[in-house]
Design a protein around this ligand. Structure first.
Ligand code: GUN
Ligand code: FE
Length: 463
């Protein structure tokens, strides 16, 4: 017999909380009491000096978790772009160009998962577990073509308690005969049917566990006819469904679309009604500043996947320019176009790629000055605090999650992870850990420098 569920009640947490209030601003809330209501939303955030906090500390309120010294709590990360069926072989075949890689690896791996229910259950369950271990609380997933396999994916995410947008792939064109939908009409009917079935699955869960939703997923322009794209645009419009795809990603892909359709990706998506405030487009490396400004006007979000871009794109994403134009940007791992699903890696890669762009700008400027030209003095690099914003608050905005998600603010969902700082005595680990499994830690007041050490994975104290 299964155990009866525990009665749900408000819970309270006391200790240090860290969050990004805006781009580049990291705030530490020392010794704060955070009370969470039964639906999992933050009801109050109080400093230790407040009357309410004092009452709780005297035992008049029930504190569920005293966050130990040396640990802090931070919002969970958002991964805006991950191919769930490709988790099987992450980081494989990256010596190829994008179009070759899709043909050689991606389509085959997805077809395999679609044809093996036992395998898909195993892989998707493990994917959910790994996401949690890596501190990801919200994820936007590309799935496969087959509806049932995507329902298995949705179920795995629901079971794990992750916020997830699950995308049944739409593709009525393919280089692989056996991995394709039979017509635009059939693909549209299947996209609509999956949305219905996924929503039905979610409705069966109690309100506070309804964290999964379907997202329309035209794979990218080369695999979708105009009829399919326009149909998906109409479906999104009539039902308010979210949309994801890949836009202006790679040199061979951009060339393909130009040769086949005589236009750019952005025009194809826009005329199909697929650039909306509910759209997340991955990559966008080939968008110039005017196009990025247009994306900002349309309210469409971008999933920045820095490592995948290094392999496939031939161009780095204009991250700083996008942020300046107020495009909603978050980070993605783009598994399998990367080695792991740790968003910490994506944060560091985003910083590294932006530094390289900045170096190139400085050099071009120096050369230009010799010739009497100035190539601009806008600094293109981002720092760790900005990267942390992208992984939390920025990603949550891009996903349109409830207001405040990614911060420790009243009204926000309490989607958090515990970080353990360095154990100076044993020299052990820096990293995420399960919220309730808390070992002992060193004393000391949390400073921004310590948070930065965590971000850098700096194990040894140098002061
Ligand atoms: N473009 C279309 N499909 C894919 C995919 O599976 N991965 C990446 N990185 N780009 C794509
Ligand atoms: Fe991708």
């Amino acid at each position: 017999m299964s155990k009866p569920p525990k009665p749900r009640r408000p819970s309270a947490f006391f200790g240090d909380f860290v969050h990004c209030t805006s781009l580049g601003e990291v705030e530490i809330l020392h010794d704060h009491l955070v009370v969470v209501n039964i639906d999992g939303f933050i009801e109050s955030v109080e400093p230790s000096s407040s009357e309410k906090c004092q009452r709780y500390l005297k035992g008049e309120g029930d504190i569920e978790c005293m966050i130990p010294q040396g640990c802090f709590t931070i919002p969970t990360f958002c991964d805006l772009h991950l191919h769930a069926p490709q988790f099987l072989y992450q980081g494989t075949g990256l010596h190829l160009s994008l179009m070759e890689w899709l043909n050689e690896y991606a389509f085959k791996a997805e077809e395999r998962i679609d044809g093996d229910e036992i395998l898909s259950k195993k892989v998707y369950k493990r994917l959910a577990r790994r996401l949690i271990e890596n501190g990801t609380g919200a994820v936007v997933l590309f799935g496969t073509i087959r509806e049932e396999t995507n329902l298995i994916l949705a179920e795995a995410m629901l079971e794990a308690g992750l916020r997830a947008y699950v995308g049944k792939l739409s593709m009525d064109k393919s280089s692989r005969e056996t991995y394709i939908e039979s017509s635009a009409k059939q693909a549209l009917s299947s996209a609509s049917s999956f949305a219905d079935r996924c929503e039905e699955l979610v409705r069966k869960k109690p309100q506070h566990k309804r964290l999964v939703k379907p997202i329309l997923t035209p794979r990218f322009v080369p695999t979708c006819s105009d009829e399919l794209l326009k149909g998906l645009g109409r479906l999104s419009d009539s039902r308010g469904l979210w949309i994801q795809s890949h836009m202006a990603e790679a040199h061979d892909q951009v060339k393909w679309v130009r040769e086949e359709r005589g236009v750019e990706d952005i025009e194809v998506f826009e005329r199909s009604g697929l650039l909306t405030p509910r759209t997340i487009q991955a990559h966008c490396t080939f968008l110039d500043p005017p196009s990025l400004s247009h994306v900002a006007e349309l309210g469409t979000s971008i999933a920045h996947c820095p490592l995948s871009n290094a392999y496939f794109s031939a161009e780095p994403f204009r991250l700083r320019e996008s942020l300046d134009q107020k495009v909603k940007v978050g980070l993605g791992t783009d598994i399998a176009g990367g080695y792991n699903l740790d968003i910490m890696s994506s944060m560091r890669q985003a910083v590294a790629i932006s530094r390289m762009r900045e170096g190139s700008r400085v050099m071009a400027n120096e050369k230009g000055k010799e010739k009497g030209k100035d190539s601009g003095n806008q600094v293109l690099s981002i720092d760790w605090k900005e990267a942390l914003y992208l992984a939390t608050t920025g990603g949550a905005r891009a996903m349109g999650l409830p207001t405040g998600t990614g911060t420790i603010e009243v009204g926000a969902p309490f989607d958090v992870q515990m970080i353990q700082l360095i154990d100076e005595v044993s020299g052990e680990g820096v990293g995420q850990m399960d919220f309730f499994d808390i070992p002992y830690y060193q004393a000391g007041k949390l400073t921004l420098k310590e948070v930065e050490k965590w971000w850098k994975a700096l194990i040894h104290s140098d002061d």
